[in-house]
Write a protein that binds this ligand. Structure first.
Ligand code: ADP
Length: 268
């Protein structure tokens, strides 16, 4: 019998999430029927915050896995470990979530290799089970278990994309940066900057978002704006704060940096 400390996965306090559209109601309906959900959208636009909020609202534990290309199926499912008393099985995060009835959130799933991604398949159809091949056990998913993945269509390429056989196991919700007024409200709430400053930050971001595909892979995300707000609220001069959080992380190209700096100077 594998024991888990469920408490550590509980979302204890309500995460601050500003509802953008009908995403909460739609997610609730999907969860009610345990339909797996894919959250699509650029990095830093609120996908993870949304899942945390939904896990809190539904009162389910949340297990988040940041996917990467070195991740193996064993990292998700589990493995035998050697310790003083011999070998002992340790559940991976996916197995743990399936046993305790958690929401399992695989962040940036496209980063994982395809041979890793396929282990989620039997959990996402009518079987709702997870074979632990090495252990010779099949876990039947807890009735409350649900799988959620995030996916950034911007990074899509021939080399790195989900297979149709994986994509077509999920219902999907589109996410994007919140519209200007809401995004400014989020910044003010998260960081304590004045509304006027928050509005300016959002306007800087909008300039850069138009440059996506024209020298920038992605525009400035809500996450970076939150960082900028924190630096300014901490007393750093806005220009220096923007340089550190909105310009330097985004690009190393000198011309593009100048363009971004010019956008900052327009508003600050
Ligand atoms: P993603 O998972 O899409 O990469 P996150 O969920 O981590 O992005 O969002 C980045 C930050 O943006 C969050 O930490 C939060 O401060 C802010 N944020 C974005 N959207 C919202 C929202 N709708 N309500 C509250 N905060 C938000």
């Amino acid at each position: 019998m594998v024991k888990h400390d469920i408490q550590q996965f509980e979302v204890k306090t309500e995460p601050h999430y500003r509802v953008v559209g009908s995403e909460v109601a739609l997610y609730e309906a999907a969860y009610a029927r345990r339909v797996p959900v894919m959250l699509k959208g650029p990095t830093g636009c609120g996908k993870s915050r949304f899942v945390e909020y939904m896990a809190w609202k539904l009162g389910r534990p949340l297990i988040t896995v940041a996917c990467n290309e070195d991740m193996t199926a064993s990292d998700l499912v589990g493995r035998f470990l050697l310790d003083r008393d011999g070998t002992r099985w340790q559940d991976g995060p996916l197995a743990t979530a399936a046993r305790i009835g958690a929401i399992c959130y695989l962040d940036e799933v496209v980063e994982a290799r395809q041979d890793t991604t396929v282990v989620i398949h039997p959990l996402t159809d009518h079987r709702r089970m997870l074979p632990l091949d090495k252990k010779g056990e099949v876990i039947e998913a807890h009735p409350d278990f649900q799988l959620v993945i995030s996916y950034n269509p911007g990074y899509q390429s021939l080399m790195k994309d989900l297979k149709q056989s994986t994509k077509q196991r999920f219902a999907a919700l589109d996410f994007d940066y919140p519209e200007a007024k809401l995004e400014a409200e989020i910044l003010a709430h998260e960081t304590g900057v004045a509304t006027e400053t928050a509005n300016k930050l959002v306007q800087v971001a909008h300039r850069t978002r138009n440059l996506k595909g024209h020298g920038l892979d992605e525009g400035i995300s809500t996450r970076l704006l939150v960082y900028a707000g924190h630096m300014i609220a901490q007393g750093v001069a806005p220009e220096a704060a923007c340089q550190m959080t909105l310009v330097t992380p985004l690009t190393d190209d000198p011309d593009m940096r100048q363009t971004l700096q010019a956008a900052v100077e327009t508003f600050f």
